[in-house]
Design a protein around this ligand. Structure first.
Ligand code: SF4
Length: 412
């Protein structure tokens, strides 16, 4: 069977070139808990394997998936049946890398195509990738790269018809990265500043003036604009009651339908929320009591995670924006994309706040990275999870400022 190698030029974070898989370090983490789709060409290869026993073993491990219209590995206890006891892959060991499906051969690389723009990054579900992407103290940089592959079938094509921001993806991402990496502001101020800037740009795009974005980018970089922007950001007041209501409502919706902090293959993160907010015996608490607990938890979070690992969280924000191809992540306006991005991050942070409040001084960078992996698995692989958040936040789409003041604690 002839496989055609094609060349692509794409935008990548500069850490990507240093990635090297080390299955011994992670215990072949990507063969556990993931759905592996088998592309048509790879399925044909499996059907043509001459060793009858191995052919049967592989084909019997596949099941047809109606929604993706592909064959999938049937996981056994959330583990790929091709994973051997020595942590090697049965298929790769017997037939070489060229017999791996596009999904397996390309993982943890994720490639998105939006119009003519191709963006490639690493999934933070891979522990090596997470370390590489998040640990560096200097701001994450991006560059153009050319690569050749026979696995283009694993690319994700973003349907762009209903995404008005698609024509401006690159410049909007540049603006987002400059704001999210502007260390003159706290992380929460940067998130707010991004919301304010995007709400201004949204109006331009809707009125057909998106072509002027380059010019406007210059204005955003001026000292005067920065002064006004930070004054606006710092005048906003955090709505603590709304924040707690939103986080608990989301947690309830998500825990009941798509468990987000817990999986059988990793540690149980769910208990931290209940412990941090002392929901041991009761399910309801008066707000003054919740405020007291929140204030205590925030103090610990700031000391143990936010301050020492500020660069990790900054990298996580930037990487999530790029890797999720925001602001073209989903159909709808620039602000809808921003609100989803903000809420996802705030829900991630809520888990982290709860975890630090329970673990306290013993909290380490390994805990943080493990939580990143767990959360990324939900974001990257459980579409229902994002849909629940989106369905919730879309109710408030007309009131972006209220959403920002309800989610962002300007004091930290
Ligand atoms: S999780 Fe990452 S390091 Fe581990 S086997 Fe998969 S790609 Fe390699």
């Amino acid at each position: 069977m002839i496989e055609i190698e094609k060349e692509f030029t794409c935008i990548v974070p500069d850490y990507l070139k240093f990635f090297k898989c080390d299955w011994q370090y992670c215990g072949a983490a990507c063969c556990k808990g993931f759905q592996v789709d088998i592309d048509r060409q790879t399925h044909q290869k499996y059907k043509s394997i001459s060793d009858q026993n191995l052919r049967r073993k592989i084909l019997d491990s596949l099941e047809w998936n109606k929604s993706t219209k592909t064959y999938r590995m049937r996981l056994e206890n959330a583990i790929c049946p091709m994973l051997r006891d020595d942590l090697l892959c049965t298929i790769q060991k017997n037939f070489g890398e060229e017999f791996l499906s596009d999904t397996c051969a390309d993982f943890p690389r994720r490639t998105y195509v939006v119009d003519k723009v191709i963006e490639r990054s690493l999934s933070l579900t891979c522990p090596i990738a997470a370390r590489l992407a998040l640990m560096r103290k200097s701001p994450m940089k991006f560059e153009k790269m050319t690569f050749k592959t026979t696995h283009a079938a694993s690319f994700f094509y973003r349907s762009v018809n209903e995404v008005p921001t698609r024509k401006y993806l690159v410049i909007l991402q540049q603006i987002a990265f400059e704001v999210l990496q502007d260390r003159r502001m706290t992380l929460n101020e940067r998130l707010t500043a991004l919301g304010i800037i995007f709400s201004e740009i949204d109006g331009l795009i809707i009125n057909g003036k998106g072509e002027h974005l380059n010019l406007i980018f210059g204005i955003y970089r001026s000292e005067d604009y920065f002064k006004n922007l930070t004054a606006k950001v710092r005048s906003l007041k955090f709505q603590r009651e709304n924040y707690l209501s939103i986080m608990f409502e989301l947690a309830e919706k998500i825990f009941s339908k798509a468990v987000v902090y817990f999986s059988t293959e990793q540690r149980n993160f769910t208990k931290y929320v209940a412990e941090a907010f002392e929901f041991i015996d009761e399910t309801n608490k008066p707000f003054p009591e919740l405020f007291r607990l929140y204030d205590n938890n925030i103090k610990i979070y700031k000391k143990i995670a936010l301050d020492p690992f500020n660069h990790v969280l900054e990298n996580y924000l930037v990487h999530s924006f790029f890797g999720g191809i925001f602001p073209c992540h989903m159909s709808g306006s620039l602000m809808r994309n921003y609100l989803l991005f903000l809420t996802l991050f705030k829900f991630f942070e809520f888990g982290l706040i709860s975890m630090t409040a329970v673990i306290k001084e013993d909290f380490s960078i390994d805990d943080l990275l493990e939580f990143v992996e767990r959360f990324s698995k939900r974001v990257d692989h459980a579409t229902k999870f994002q849909q629940i958040i989106l369905d919730y936040i879309i109710n408030f789409e007309e009131y972006p400022l209220e959403v920002m003041t309800s989610l962002i604690d300007f004091a930290i």
